[in-house]
Design a protein around this ligand. Structure first.
Ligand code: SF4
Length: 287
């Protein structure tokens, strides 16, 4: 019999399941738990008459196949999230020579922003980094602790991996542009709430419209969600080119996820090779 969970544990489990679903991981396997590994309290819970975590049909079974178990079934359990804003109209193109100052203008518009709750825990606002004339742009979710401390996106461990990914593509970091959906660090690195993403993402769209890269690589489900204006499992979005505001959008895993599950690096590399093909890039020779 499944154990009963206290509300906090239950919410944490739901958040974890939602997180994996957003990453495109939709198959879950249960294995027997050695009772010796469980404390007395857990053993008591194991004999509780009703499981408090009543997962919807399909999710509670041995495997969960997203093609047969639509998200709506999960939504019965998880309260519907607030709608996403539709992506804004595409702004007029900015001449190459004016892009740096156009980006600076956006930064000034953001100012010492208090438009959403994320400002409360912020040390440094993380606007963006790289070339205003980049042909390739990476979009992540939001700053982590290192980024919040330095005010630069992707400078922690995930940033190191992103740097390696950029180098593997035959580019230098300063040749690309990097920005996030939200400019301030969500507490505990949680996923931004829809209010936060909706409030901040218009600045990202302005950055995108100024830089106007040929190819954008969205890193992870949150970036993909706000760029596309709709939620879809990452698995269904990866591996192909999406038309996006006159640019090409490719969606892959977030480097932080790749650090947790390096087995997916091959998949991410396949996505980056699509970007390279679109950009006419060849991987640098080894050695
Ligand atoms: S996350 Fe964006 S909207 Fe929210 S406070 Fe920071 S800059 Fe402002």
């Amino acid at each position: 019999m499944a154990p009963a969970f206290d509300p906090a544990t239950r919410e944490a489990l739901l958040a974890r399941v939602r997180f994996y679903r957003d990453l495109g991981l939709t198959e879950f396997y249960r294995r027997p738990v050695d009772p010796a590994l469980l404390g007395a309290e857990s053993l008591q819970n194991l004999s509780a008459p009703e499981p408090a975590l009543s997962l919807p049909k399909g999710l509670a079974s041995e495997t969960w196949d997203s093609t047969t178990q639509p998200a709506l079934q999960e939504d019965k359990l998880i309260p519907p999230r607030k709608p996403l804003l539709a992506p804004p109209e595409i702004a007029d193109a900015v001449p190459s020579a004016d892009r740096a100052s156009a980006l600076q203008l956006i930064r000034e518009d953001i100012g010492d922003c208090t438009r959403c709750a994320l400002h409360k825990g912020r040390n440094k606002l993380v606007f963006g980094d790289g070339s205003p004339n980049a042909r390739l742009m990476f979009v992540g979710e939001g700053p982590g602790a290192d980024e919040d401390a330095q005010g630069i996106p992707f400078v922690g461990k995930a940033g190191q991996l992103l740097n390696n990914m950029i180098a593997a593509m035959g580019l230098k970091r300063e040749e690309v542009y990097i920005a996030n959906v939200v400019k301030c660090r969500p507490p505990g690195n949680r996923t931004p709430e829809p209010e936060e993403g909706n409030t901040c993402s218009p600045f990202l769209f302005r950055q995108i419209d100024v830089v106007r890269p040929q190819v954008i690589v969205a890193l992870g489900a949150t970036a993909a969600t706000y760029l596309l204006g709709q939620r879809q499992p990452l698995a269904g979005l990866r591996g192909r080119v999406h038309a996006f505001r006159g640019m090409q959008l490719i969606i892959t895993y977030h480097p932080a996820y790749l650090l947790r599950d390096p087995r997916q690096k091959k998949e991410a590399w396949a996505d980056l090779q699509i970007a390279m093909r679109e950009l006419g890039l060849k991987a640098p020779a080894k050695g």
